[in-house]
Ligand binder design. Structure first.
Ligand SMILES: [Zn+2]
Length: 429
């Protein structure tokens, strides 16, 4: 039998990761944090020249190795111009709509420090503009950043230390509901990173024997397209990319299950690897949907386009409103006692409860699966670490200065971020 995953660990890692801004190009702090997590788990890793993390879970044989990749980078923005009205014109980092930047709180990273601000439409005050607030166009040329500093002109912005090209990170606004809904920007792809680390922890905690080396990869430039291409090495034969799965009208994805993507913009994924994942899900009773994504590409495409001769598959957690106000459910990431099957059964008059596992559980089963699909042994006790290490004592992610006070600061310092949680800890499964 393959043991359970640590749900509390998954949630803690997710909230701490979300508290560390990591727009493409400004990912050092997130890399330090993730590296610390691998260290605490006793999993060796190297940093590639570009700063991506390649960890190694050693198997009985080195090859053909497997890799599982998730990305640490997120969307963001950058200062395009210092405006005469004392506000900032901005451009997006990665692809996202300015519609979802309107009203966002954010941090501007200058050469000398950090400033806080808000992204607003050019016409924001209803008392001043009336109906024009609703009729103005949407787009990056139609928003500006109001800096929380006494600046009223371009010279003021310069005096505040702001330059064209300064990075901007938008607040994720994470919130976990008692019923299991997880709302936040940048669940793409921090939820997958948290699931991957949790799967690694399960393998470590239970001393699972792996048939071949598995390389968890954390990449830094997925949102701008280059992703995993540079983080692989020659022995990797199979790559599973973990990313957001698109729950939207017309899609087959659900917020309550994992999704295997059969095809995206880069074409169909490898038949054999994809069906191996589907088979594992069936064997272990994991809720898994199949879907096809139209406007989507991932680290897997980048790896193949870079000339790597590897088989690739894409496994996702179902989430609504991708690259906007994203939402997923605990079910998609960990374990669901009440999933779609159960709902269907109830509608059909039955009361069966079919436990279903989400991304993290499916992952650690995939990692641990032997070549012929048999369940891996649990070598009792091996690789276990003191509980205190897991809780983050060994790891002090640099506290973002802008998180000054309130519940969110605690997430960056390792304590449980109570302000984000309305569910009492005792009720956690
Ligand atoms: Zn992504």
């Amino acid at each position: 039998m393959i043991p359970d995953i640590d749900h509390a660990y998954l949630e803690e890692v997710l909230l701490q990761l979300l508290a560390i801004p990591s727009p493409v190009g400004l990912t050092d702090a997130a890399v330090r944090y993730a590296a610390g997590r691998f260290e605490a788990l006793g999993i060796p890793y190297v940093l590639t020249r570009r700063g991506a993390i390649r960890a190694t879970l050693a198997g009985r044989e080195e090859r053909p190795a497997r890799a599982i990749v998730a990305h640490l980078d997120t969307l963001g923005a950058m200062v395009r111009a210092l405006k005469d009205n004392g506000r900032l014109a901005i451009v997006p980092i990665g692809h996202w709509s300015a519609r979802f930047a309107e009203g966002a709180r954010l941090t501007i990273f200058t050469d000398t420090g950090r400033l806080r601000g808000t992204c607003l439409p050019l016409k924001s005050s209803g008392h001043a503009f009336g109906d024009e607030v609703d009729t103005q166009p949407v787009g990056w040329d139609h928003v500006e950043v109001r800096v929380d500093a006494p600046v009223h002109d371009r010279a003021g912005l310069e005096a505040a230390g702001i330059n064209v090209g300064d990075w901007i990170a938008v607040d994720p606004q994470p919130e976990i509901q008692p019923g299991g809904y997880i709302n936040s920007r940048y669940l793409d792809d921090k939820a997958a990173v948290a699931a991957l680390l949790t799967a690694c922890k399960a393998v470590r905690d239970h001393g699972l024997a792996l048939p071949v080396d598995v390389h968890p990869l954390l990449t830094l430039t997925e949102e701008v397209g280059s992703g995993a291409s540079a983080a692989l090495h020659g022995e990797v034969a199979e790559l599973v990319s973990l990313d957001i799965a698109i729950a939207a009208p017309g899609q087959n994805t659900s917020e309550h299950s994992a999704t295997v993507c059969m095809q995206d913009m880069s074409g169909p994924f490898d038949y054999h690897l994809t069906h191996k994942l589907i088979g594992l899900a069936k064997t272990h009773g994991i809720a898994l949907r199949r879907d096809v994504f139209k406007y989507y590409r991932s680290d897997a495409a980048a790896a193949v386009e870079a000339g790597n001769d590897i088989r690739t598959a894409l496994l996702g957690f179902g989430a609504d409103a991708s690259h906007a106000q994203e939402r997923t459910h605990r079910d998609a990431l960990e374990r669901a006692d009440e999933d779609d099957h159960r709902l269907h059964d109830e509608r059909a008059g039955g009361a069966a409860r079919l436990p279903a596992d989400g991304l993290a559980a499916g992952l650690h089963r995939a990692v641990a699966a032997r070549r012929h699909g048999a369940a891996a042994d649990a070598a009792a006790g091996a690789g276990r670490l003191p509980r205190s290490v897991h809780a983050g004592e060994a790891l002090r992610p640099r506290r973002p200065q802008w998180l000054s006070g309130g519940g969110s600061a605690s997430a960056a310092t390792g304590a449980r971020p109570r302000a984000w949680r309305s569910r009492p800890a005792s009720s956690r499964r």
